[in-house]
Design a protein around this ligand. Structure first.
Ligand code: NAP
Length: 319
């Protein structure tokens, strides 16, 4: 029977274990995907450790909100995909039920997109969560234009690296922020126009008047961002990397709290995101950064590695 990673209680990485489950059957409008690889994301650590804000089922929770694989079966009414088509999963809103840490999952056909030709399985597994979030936040929500100065907090995060590339793809100017000057060269290599390392520089004194700030951190420094964005500019927040309570300023800037499901659960928007990312991959503007690849049997080690936080790029598990 197909193997699935589940956990029955909140806890450290070794609460994850592999069980055998019957092959799921696709319902009307659904497809079954044989997963070839999945990306490992901080939100899965949040769920495993009990920090996830929404309720989810326990015991027997699955994990995994992104992945890539082959169409293995199509449910009644599905015409746009055939068995064997390579796809990327665009939205897995109930990962505790149909998460991607598994040999198979089912989901609506409009929640998968064709895998761009030439994109290898590992890169495909690393693409969607980070790039759809950076695209949705910067282009659809913040209205980023060519020439805009875009400050990217924790630019070495996967969302941050994607944001650097997407800003460059449309001719905006990405300014990268990291806590560690040791990451400066890597961020310049990744396409940052400028890097501010906060172990050497004062962020508030270093930046003024940018058009957009993409924040993946929140926390106590959040209020300071208002001083760095131009009057009427946008601070868009997508993450919670700093678990401490954030402070919020009152300032004439637009604050946006962005959840990528706003776009990835919208089939029209999913096609638009896929078109944008496909174009960027074809020209080479977009290149997912891979830190390390684990095998399915090493999923606990993958979560231990995630918890250490020493990666730069995506942690991917292959099946
Ligand atoms: N809203 C959405 O739909 C959505 C979608 C995807 C991800 N997210 C969220 O966005 C955030 C980033 O996701 P990701 O996958 O890109 O993360 P990631 O790759 O795991 O990001 C790791 C980086 O975040 C920074 N960081 C970690 N802890 C920090 C702390 N306490 N204070 C300041 N910086 C810290 C570090 O950068 P430096 O060491 O360089 O400072 C680290 O290299 C996460 O909170 C994730 O849950 C949200």
């Amino acid at each position: 029977m197909p193997r699935v990673v589940v956990f029955d209680e909140i806890g450290p990485p070794d609460v994850l274990h592999v069980v055998d489950e019957p092959l799921p059957e696709p319902a009307v409008g659904e497809v079954r995907v044989r997963i070839q690889a999945f990306g490992v994301n901080p939100v899965e650590q949040m769920m495993r450790t009990g920090a996830y804000p929404a309720p989810f089922r326990l015991p027997h929770a699955r994990l995994g909100l992104e992945g890539t694989g082959l169409i293995d079966a199509v449910g009644p009414g599905v015409e746009e995909f055939s068995i064997g088509d390579p796809v990327i999963l665009a939205a897995v809103p109930n990962m505790d039920i149909n998460g991607t840490y598994a040999e198979y999952t089912t989901l609506p056909a409009n929640a998968v997109v064709a895998r761009p030709s030439g994109l290898d399985v590992v890169a495909a597994a690393a693409l969607w969560a980070a790039y759809s979030t950076a695209y949705g936040a910067l282009i659809e929500k913040a209205g980023m234009h060519p020439g805009d100065q875009v400050l990217i907090k924790s630019a070495s995060s996967n969302v941050g690296l994607a944001a650097i590339q997407i800003a460059n793809q449309i001719g905006a100017v990405p300014i990268a922020v990291t806590r560690h000057s040791t990451k400066r060269e890597a961020l310049l290599d990744a396409g940052a126009n400028q890097v501010i390392a906060t172990d050497q520089e004062d962020l508030v004194k270093s930046v003024a008047g940018v058009d957009i700030i993409l924040d993946t951190v929140r926390g106590p420094g959040f209020a300071d961002l208002a001083a760095m964005v131009k009057l009427g500019g946008t601070v868009i927040s997508v993450g919670w990397s700093d678990p401490r309570p954030p402070t919020y300023p009152s300032a004439p800037v637009t604050f946006v709290n962005y959840m990528s499901f706003e776009h990835t659960l919208n089939p029209v928007m999913v096609r638009r995101i896929a078109a944008f990312l496909g174009a960027g991959l074809r020209t080479g503007a977009l290149r997912p950064t891979i830190d390390r690849v684990f095998t399915f049997d090493q999923v606990i080690a993958a979560h231990e590695y995630l918890e250490k936080g020493q990666y730069l790029g995506k942690i991917v598990v292959t099946l």
